[in-house]
Design a protein around this ligand. Structure first.
Ligand code: ATP
Length: 359
């Protein structure tokens, strides 16, 4: 899939910009703080309704503006074109597809964007929440039905947590239906996550062999957020007293995690910062490849500040892989990355939130 047009209003320093994008490589160059990452952020928002940067959602809205909006024309590999719109004035996102208001899930399901950026090493070195998010968005983008199970799970979790925090402990009959619902949704989420990781593994093997051959073979282990020995509903019942003391549910799909270990680096601490970044990049590219295999088209790939994240050999390897896959790439840098010298690319200069096409 390709973004052909992108218009952004009121996003960080982007007051109002519109660009016609190339189906191949698009590069946004400019000084620090010019607004390059914000352009990638706009594309990412269309596929996630959240930013890849940490921080409050309110920070996305330009200071002094009352509305943030992103419009795009997206062409799928089968030549189908759709118009995507995402806006936010108050606290909620509003989504439009071909001019009609739609549920957010429908919009973000239409567009898939994978982004490698300076915070991506957190996928390997950061909190479990980031790894679950990676996994769940990956599953969602290939199986849209996953979203309804995930929402059912979140609702049951919220209900159980509020019962746990009630001033006097509620009766068993109040807990039981939510625990049953929670357990059923968790089992389903778990099965989809397992199945996704099984499909992801071979893609990851190829990617890691290319980017990090020195680390040897790897293992990808998924740990569900409860014990394998008993069913989850029973474990939740037995854990209730402890959960009341803690004020939240300590077992379930929201406690799962996964980890990669390498033959030559069995502990995470054995990886250099650069190796963490490359591992995270391999995970993101594996996700993009799996998406391409299942949906018949590559997602859009964003590479934020590539030249300062990777050495030249790895930059060249990534760019060649994406060019060979015919993926649309949006890339930023303070200058044109050396890995792109001599390659076809549309180049934009970004300055104080304004975009000018250079090449
Ligand atoms: N809510 C906001 N309203 C107005 N401006 C904002 C807001 N949030 C961030 N900014 C500004 O927008 C710019 C963000 O730019 P962005 O991160 O896209 O820059 P960049 O070109 O990628 O920079 P770098 O090369 O330093 O990563 C910064 O100048 C920042 O101060």
């Amino acid at each position: 899939m390709r973004l052909e047009q992108l218009r952004v209003r009121g996003l960080r320093c982007l007051t109002e910009v519109g660009v016609a994008l190339d189906p191949g490589v698009n590069v946004f160059v400019g000084a620090n703080g010019a607004g390059k990452t914000s352009v990638l952020e706009a594309a990412f928002l269309l596929s996630h309704a959240r930013s890849f940067r940490s921080g409050a959602k309110e920070a996305l809205l330009q200071r002094g503006a009352s509305q943030l909006s992103i419009f795009a024309e997206l062409r799928h590999a089968d030549e189908r074109v759709c118009r995507l719109g995402l806006g936010r004035g108050g606290v909620r996102w509003e989504a439009k597809l071909d001019g009609a208001s739609v549920a957010l899930g429908q919009l973000v399901g239409e567009c898939a964007v994978v982004c490698f950026e300076p915070g991506s090493h957190g996928l390997i070195a950061g909190a479990a929440e980031e790894r679950r998010r990676y996994l769940d968005w990956g599953v969602f983008h290939v199986e849209h039905g996953f979203l309804s199970t995930w929402r059912r799970y979140q609702r049951a979790l919220k209900q159980r947590n509020s019962l746990l925090r009630a001033p006097s402990p509620p009766a068993d009959e109040l807990f039981a239906p939510w625990e049953a619902e929670l357990a059923q949704a968790a089992e389903q989420i778990d099965r989809q996550r397992y199945s996704y990781l099984d499909r992801l593994r071979p893609k990851l093997r190829d990617g890691l062999a290319g980017l990090l051959p020195e680390l040897g073979t790897f293992e990808l282990r998924y740990r569900r957020g409860w014990s394998d020995e008993l069913d989850l509903a029973r474990q939740l019942r037995e854990q209730r007293g402890k959960d009341i003391a803690r004020g939240h549910t300590t077992l379930g799909a929201h406690r799962a995690d996964w980890a990669l270990t390498f033959e030559q680096a069995p502990l995470r601490e054995h990886l250099s910062r650069g190796q963490e970044k490359l591992t995270a990049l391999a995970c993101l590219l594996a996700q993009a490849k799996l998406y391409a295999e299942q949906r018949g088209e590559w997602p859009i790939v964003c590479l934020d500040d590539l030249a300062s994240e990777l050495d030249l050999a790895h930059q060249t390897a990534v760019v060649s892989l994406l060019l060979a896959a015919d993926a649309q790439v949006l890339l930023t840098g303070t200058e044109l990355p050396a890995a792109l010298q001599g390659l076809p690319a549309r180049v934009f200069h970004v300055e104080q939130g304004e975009l000018t096409r250079l090449l």
